[in-house]
Write a protein that binds this ligand. Structure first.
Ligand SMILES: *Cc1c(COP(=O)(O)O)cnc(C)c1O
Length: 219
C-alpha cells in the first residue's frame, strides 16, 4: 500500500469532526511530499530542529504540529511557524512558548499534555498541575490553550487503553466546565495513535496522531 492509499483508508474510518495529524517524525521530506500530494496538510513532529528543517523545505500551507516533549531551549526553533503544540507539560515550557511567540508576534495554540498511561516514562501533567497552569494563563497573551492531549499505555489490553482515554476525556470535560465554558476554542482532545486510534475516536478524540499506519515502520 502506498502512502496515499494508507491516508485514504484512515480518512474513511474517521468521523468528519476528527482531524488526522500525519506523524512524519524520522521520515524524509519525500515521504511528506507524497502525503501532501494526496491532500494531507497536517503533519506532526517530535524534534524541534527536525521540524524546522522540514518546514524550510516544504510548502507553506502545511500545518505543523509539535507532539513530543519540548525542551525550553528548543522552543525558539519552532515558534515562527508551529500551528499547535500538543505537549505542554510544565509552566516553564508554557512561559517560554509565550515569550518566543511574542518575539514572532504570534499567538501559539497549545494543548495540556496529561499523564494517563501506567508507564512512568511518559511525560504529562496531573489535574492539580494542569489547574495551576490554567490559573495563570491570562499572564500569557501569546499562547492560547485549546485542549488536552495524552498517550495511552502501550499494551494489547484494549480495556485499559479505553479507560485511559475515558480518563483524558473526563479531564477535558472538567476543565471545560470549570474554566472554558464560554470559550469555543477550547475543544481539542488529542488522543489515538496507529495502534489505538479507533478506541480513541470512540472515546471522543478530535485529533488522532498517526505515523506507522501512514508511513510504515520507523527505522
Ligand atoms: C510517534 C508518535 C505518534 C505516532 O505513533 P504511531 O504509533 O507511529 O502512529 C503519536 N503521538 C506521539 C506523541 C508520538 O511520539
Amino acid at each position: 500500500m502506498s502512502i496515499k492509499d494508507n491516508l485514504h483508508h484512515i480518512e474513511k474510518e474517521l468521523p468528519p469532526m476528527v482531524r488526522l495529524v500525519a506523524v512524519s517524525k524520522t521520515k524524509p521530506v519525500e515521504a511528506i511530499e507524497e502525503a501532501y500530494a494526496a491532500g494531507q496538510r497536517v503533519f506532526g513532529e517530535n524534534k524541534a530542529q527536525e521540524m524546522a528543517l522540514k518546514y524550510e523545505q516544504l510548502p507553506r500551507d502545511i500545518e505543523w504540529h509539535f507532539i513530543g516533549h519540548l525542551q525550553t531551549n528548543k522552543v525558539k526553533y519552532i515558534a515562527p511557524f508551529v500551528s499547535l503544540i500538543h505537549s505542554v507539560d510544565s509552566l516553564k515550557v508554557l512561559k517560554e512558548i509565550n515569550k518566543q511567540a511574542g518575539k514572532n508576534k504570534r499567538v501559539i495554540d497549545c494543548l495540556l499534555q496529561f499523564h494517563i498511561a501506567e508507564e512512568a516514562t511518559k511525560f504529562g501533567l496531573n489535574m492539580e498541575e494542569a489547574e495551576e497552569i490554567i490559573g495563570v494563563k491570562d499572564d500569557f497573551a501569546n499562547v492560547k490553550l485549546v485542549g488536552v492531549m495524552g498517550m495511552a499505555t502501550f499494551t494489547p489490553d484494549k480495556a485499559q487503553v479505553r479507560r485511559e482515554f475515558k480518563q483524558l476525556h473526563s479531564y477535558f470535560e472538567i476543565l471545560k466546565k470549570k474554566f472554558f465554558v464560554d470559550d469555543e476554542l477550547f475543544r481539542e482532545v488529542s488522543m489515538g495513535m496507529s495502534g489505538d486510534y479507533s478506541i480513541a475516536v470512540e472515546e471522543g478524540s478530535t485529533l488522532v496522531r498517526i505515523g506507522t499506519l501512514i508511513f510504515g515502520k520507523r527505522g
